[in-house]
Design a protein around this ligand. Structure first.
Ligand SMILES: Cc1ncc(COP(=O)(O)O)c(C=O)c1O
Length: 437
């Protein structure tokens, strides 16, 4: 009889982890109020609940202004547009992130340039960013990834010294703080996503925060079909689009905002326990602590798979861990320039040819740390596994230890079991309809 659940043995756990998202009675009441009010949309802009949530959300992160939008990708596009990023400008993004970070740069007419990540945080490495700067670079777009912050001291310094716009992708960092400063408040603008898997969600949605009135006014015009903002001190007229959020989403976000602190605290406590438990397991490295993080935002609990030999790949390890009853993923993100979710070519995006002898070809990029994380090392656990009790976390460590202890059995069974976990990510949705993270 095999030991491992992947090979037919009994799993460590068959109970589900807490559900995500979670609805409360207050959500039901607010939704019904919107329904019955007849005021459903994003117009008049900003609408009542959307304005209130935006203001509170910005204040939570220490920014003066907030603007809710349709989703996190659009938040990034609008921020880039408000910052004056133009056709052919280069924007430096981390090589390891959700493809949407880079796709937003393309959508704004600019050119994403990938720079490698820090091996201990998986966030943009400031030195790699510095090396990627050219005369066409206009902005830095770091991502606060999973459970860590990009090195904002170094990145702010770099942006100021090189006269670059700094936009923070905070899709994973709701409520987080770096040296007491809120995510999204350290650069020119911060962009958030409220997609289903996120720490605050309305199913879909996004937000941009900033402390500069000029950006705020431009954002409002861009989001609301070019109409002037209510303050309109700068009187800038731009072509805009409808990037607005609905009042239904804003109603949900109000409740999410109210619960964020309590849930983040619970995740942080469970994450600390999980780190302690995983530290004793051979072949598993937890991310080193990041003292600059003064309030944690844990979108994904990430650890590193570093086995003593090559017999069991990361994808096979992850498949075995998931079979033990722990939701997890290895190829959650890729080195974006290699991802089949990012087939960016100059035929489709002419900005990739601007000012170059031959168009930028993403196959020429090579970021070894990002590639190691994406294809060999990173193991991602979704945030909701940290919303339960202590024994829920103990199960994760127990399952990881069991897989490691039975490495011989796993190695003998072979790689075919890595299956779904190693599949092309563009192909996955057909197989993953059941899941929303
Ligand atoms: C790092 C990162 N940036 C941007 C986005 C885009 O957000 P959305 O899915 O709301 O468009 C996401 C969300 O998936 C993300 O994880």
């Amino acid at each position: 009889m095999p030991e491992l659940a992947l090979l037919g043995g009994p799993p460590v756990r068959s109970r589900p982890y807490p559900p995500w998202p979670q609805a409360t009675q207050a959500d039901r009441v607010r939704l019904l109020e919107v329904l019955e009010s007849g005021n459903w949309g994003g117009y008049p802009f900003p609408n009542r609940l959307a304005a209130e949530v935006a203001e509170r959300f910005a204040a939570l992160h220490g920014a003066r202004y907030g603007c809710l939008v349709a989703n996190g990708t659009i938040a990034l596009v609008a921020a880039l547009q408000a910052a004056g990023i133009r056709f052919g400008d280069e924007v430096i993004v981390p090589a390891y992130t959700w493809e949407g970070t880079a796709a937003a740069v393309l959508a704004a007419g600019a050119v994403p340039i990938f720079a490698d990540i820090d091996p201990d945080t998986y966030c943009l490495d400031p030195e790699a960013a510095r090396r990627a700067i050219t005369s066409r670079t206009r902005a830095l777009l770091p991502v606060h990834l999973a459970m860590r912050f990009a090195d904002m001291d170094a990145l702010v310094e770099l942006a100021v010294s090189q006269d670059l716009i700094l936009i923070e992708d905070c899709a994973h960092a709701h409520g987080g703080q770096y040296k007491g400063r809120g995510a999204g408040s350290m650069g020119d603008m911060g962009c958030f996503s409220f997609q289903s898997s996120k720490l605050m969600t309305a199913g879909e949605g996004g937000a941009v925060i900033t402390s500069r009135l000029e950006y705020y006014e431009l954002l409002q015009s861009l989001v609301n079909c070019g109409r002037a903002s209510l303050t309109d001190c700068f009187r800038r007229r731009v072509v805009g689009w409808n990037y607005r959020i609905t009042e239904f989403q804003a109603a949900i976000l109000m409740g999410q905002l109210e619960r964020l602190g309590e849930l983040s605290e619970r995740r942080a406590q469970n994450a600390a326990k999980l780190t302690r438990l995983l530290q004793g397991i051979e072949g598993i490295r937890t991310l080193p602590p990041q003292p600059a993080v003064t309030r944690e935002a844990i979108y994904g609990y990430v650890f590193q798979y570093r086995p003593p030999d090559e017999r069991v790949s990361r994808d096979l390890f992850v498949a075995a861990l998931e079979a033990e009853g722990v939701p997890c993923d290895g190829r959650f993100y890729e080195a974006v320039y290699r991802s089949d979710l990012f087939p960016a070519r100059s035929e489709d995006f002419p900005q990739l040819a601007v000012g170059r002898e031959r168009p930028l070809d993403y196959r020429d990029f090579h970021c070894p740390v990002a590639e190691r994380a994406a294809y060999r090392e990173a193991v991602w656990l979704p945030q909701f596994v940290l919303l339960g009790e202590e024994d829920d976390v103990e199960d994760i460590a127990r399952a990881a230890a069991k897989v490691v202890e039975n490495r011989d059995e796993l190695a003998a069974a072979g790689e075919e079991y890595a299956g779904l976990k190693a599949l092309s990510r563009a192909e996955r949705p057909r197989l993953e309809r059941h899941r929303n993270y």
